[in-house]
Design a protein. Structure first.
Lengths: 335, 364
């Protein structure tokens, strides 16, 4: 086997077969994928089906706490989980740049295998393409996922009522700060790990345990909790009031944000969920979240109020202000 | 990293007590105070301080956002420089969307202008060293806080012989602008909340001429919520006592004399000059141009491309906002023709602009 990816690895000939048989098959060995038919045959699936897709292009592909492989599995598993669905099968589409070290590919595949195992999902089909040097960024991965709804649960933003509570399953901004630091152009060192994790084990057991109490769930990835809450508030046509004092942020992440002028509310997360739940069950659901390793720092961060729509926040100073969509990237301040 | 120190300056109970004291000390008509610095403007909006003080204090937002006061002629000059063969513009990200007379860097970038966002002026020097066949022009926009870093970059380029690096300077000094506003009878400022970081460099004594000549109380304050409330309270106490002096709430960092090293750097690389401020006009002695001995690093002289200042002639009222004559919401374009995605004036562009802060944190 070559130690670097060549264009011929994507041309469909012997090298492509070798790559699949000698490298990829070593990591994804399961009865659905292994025959290498043109499609993975999943058989009969009982229940309501959810289906999603996502592309992963993170730079650098390896960062403290995770990597593009783990991200590619967790991102899709989480999109299904916040819709109440347990992932059954995912695809693995690889777009590799000519010259990518084989070891890098194998590291990403190993991470995908481990994350899929953790999430209990089968990698059921795949595709590999190679693009010329300079036309990719090392490795891109796309995954699509099929899931089955737990108890037939569906997101119900229209059920959101004043008095409902807003829960966040843990600290904000860990992923984006970890990746920013890994890029090494900020001249900042801080011990921050990405939170990338599959959330199905955290979220799905809540649905049968608290029937009718969980109204709506989202995973606050790009744009962070701030953008996700705005989207949720407009979907529900509801007014959310956050409490700044209750927003969980890790000390190291806060430190980086203070220096660079970032607002953790708008930083991406890859292992967190926002939940809108009935007020009378909020404490019990928060306690249930905290029992799980990925929900230890879960917090009730606000509530749904009467009147209007949009997101507002009661600040530490006691004032109230709007939490709006940001425009463009957050950039370090200049004075 | 320990942040307990920061939490002490965000304590809700202490904030409530200060708000009560400010309300007690304020008179019947709201007291007109100006926060000079854009970082204060954003902090006040983010903490929701304005509504907490409504009726007691009117906070006017001043000209202390470097992006907002950069005249459109500067953007025009930058675009023209960037269009030269081999040129590559290096800039802080905030400048990308600032409108010039005809276009912005962001729009020109879409049609082939090469613009690289950097986080520090030294990054631009490194870029120049790495790309010896390109001309790197750094857009040196800022106040006394940024000036030492820009000066340091120029000196580094000089020492290392990086000849393909230059700076289009638009560096300004704050006390001169405050003097102009203090003298303007239309603005009627009753107290200045002076910037934290700028004061760390120039020292709190720099505001004494403003306090003495115009009889306006000055308080240097930090950027945390309690710093700001405490600063406002100190301004009201001065007014109540009928005095006008410079006081320092930010004494944990700022001193009377300031940072001598940074001042030496500024004096070494720059000399004061008259410069145009968007919306305000030319303020004598309020700019810093690159000193003659560093002329090879002055993009205006190197390429014979001077920045031309001309007053703006649109419906945009950024000028009146920057002078504190109107609040952002009083501009007819605010939130309608002028929004952060499609800004008309610079106050809506910069993350530290007062219009952007009002728009982002005030609506809903």
């Amino acid at each position: 086997m070559h130690d670097k990816i060549l264009l011929s690895h994507g041309e469909g000939g012997k090298r492509t077969r070798d790559l699949i048989a000698k490298v990829i098959a070593r990591y994804f060995d399961n009865p659905v994928l292994s025959p290498f038919f043109d499609a993975g045959l999943l058989g009969r699936i009982e229940g309501e089906i959810a289906f999603t897709t996502d592309g992963y292009v993170v730079t650098p592909p390896f960062f403290p706490g995770g990597d593009i492989g783990r991200l590619a599995v967790c991102g899709t598993v989480n999109d299904l989980a916040v819709c109440g669905a347990a992932a059954v099968a995912i695809s693995c589409g690889l777009i590799l740049e000519e010259g990518l070290p084989m070891a890098t590919l194998e590291r990403a595949l190993a991470a995908m295998r481990d994350a899929a195992r953790e999430a209990g999902v089968t990698v059921a089909c795949g595709d590999t393409k190679v693009v010329e040097r300079g036309k990719g960024d090392g490795i891109f991965i796309t995954t699509a996922g099929v899931g089955v709804s737990v108890d037939g649960w569906r997101p119900a933003p229209s059920e959101i009522r004043p008095g409902d509570r807003i829960l966040l399953t843990g600290t904000m901004g860990d992923h984006q700060v970890a990746v920013l630091i890994a890029r090494r152009n900020l001249a900042i060192e801080a011990p921050v790990l990405s939170d990338v994790a599959p959330l199905s084990g955290l979220l799905l057991p809540l649905l049968p345990r608290f029937p009718g109490k969980v109204r709506f769930m989202r995973d606050p990835t790009r744009g962070g909790v701030g953008v996700t809450l705005n989207e949720m508030a407009s979907a529900a046509n509801a007014r959310f009031m956050l409490e700044e004092a209750r927003l969980p942020v890790r000390e190291s992440v806060r430190g980086v944000c203070e220096i660079l002028g970032f607002d953790p509310l708008y930083l991406a997360n890859e292992g967190k969920a926002v939940l809108i739940v009935a007020g009378d069950a909020a404490e019990a659901i928060a306690a249930a979240l905290r029992e799980h390793p990925y929900g230890r720092e879960a917090a009730i961060i606000g509530e749904v109020q009467e009147g209007g729509s949009g997101v507002r926040m009661r600040t530490l100073a006691g004032g109230v202000r709007a939490v709006d969509y940001p425009v463009g990237d957050q950039l370090p301040r200049i004075c | 990293m320990r942040l307990k120190y920061i939490d002490d300056f965000r304590d809700p109970a202490a904030a409530r007590a200060l708000v009560a004291r400010i309300r007690r000390d304020a008179g019947d008509a709201p007291v007109r105070l100006m926060e000079v610095c854009g970082t204060h403007t954003v902090a006040i909006a983010r903490c929701g301080i304005r509504p907490l003080l409504s009726g007691a204090v009117t906070m006017l937002s001043g000209p202390g956002c470097p992006v907002c006061v950069t005249p459109d002629g500067y953007i025009d000059a930058a675009i023209a420089l960037g269009r030269r063969r081999g040129a590559l513009l290096a800039t802080f990200g905030d400048m990308l969307r600032v409108p010039g007379r005809f276009s912005s860097l962001e729009k020109e970038k879409g049609t082939g202008l090469e613009v690289r966002v950097v986080y520090s002026p030294l990054d631009a020097v490194r870029l120049a060293a790495a790309l010896p066949d390109r001309e790197i022009v750094f857009l040196g926009v800022g106040f006394e806080t940024t000036a030492p870093a820009i000066g340091g970059a120029i000196k580094t380029a000089a020492v290392r012989g990086v000849g393909n690096f230059s700076v289009l300077s638009s560096v300004r000094t704050i006390p001169e602008a405050m003097g102009v506003l203090a003298a303007d009878p239309e603005v009627r400022i009753e107290g200045f909340l002076c910037p934290a970081h700028v004061s760390v460099v120039i020292g709190t004594d720099a505001y004494r001429p403003v306090a003495q000549r115009y009889g306006i109380p000055c308080v240097v304050a930090g950027f945390e919520p309690l710093d700001i409330l405490m600063g406002i309270s100190m301004l009201l106490r001065q007014k109540k006592e009928g005095v006008s002096r410079v006081e320092n709430e930010y004494s944990r960092v700022a001193t009377a004399a300031g940072n001598r090293k940074a001042q030496d750097m500024i004096r070494d690389v720059f000399v004061p000059c008259d410069t145009g401020w968007r919306g305000i006009g030319v303020i004598p002695g309020s700019g810093l141009r690159i000193a003659d001995r560093y002329a090879p690093f002055d993009a205006e002289r190197k390429f014979g491309a001077p920045v031309v200042f001309a007053p703006e002639g649109s419906a945009c009222r950024c000028g009146d906002v920057l002078k504190g004559k109107i609040l952002p919401v009083d501009c007819p374009l605010f939130g309608k023709a002028c929004v952060p995605e499609e800004p008309y004036g610079p106050c809506m562009v910069s993350s530290e602009g007062s219009c952007a802060a009002y728009y982002k944190y005030g609506a809903a």
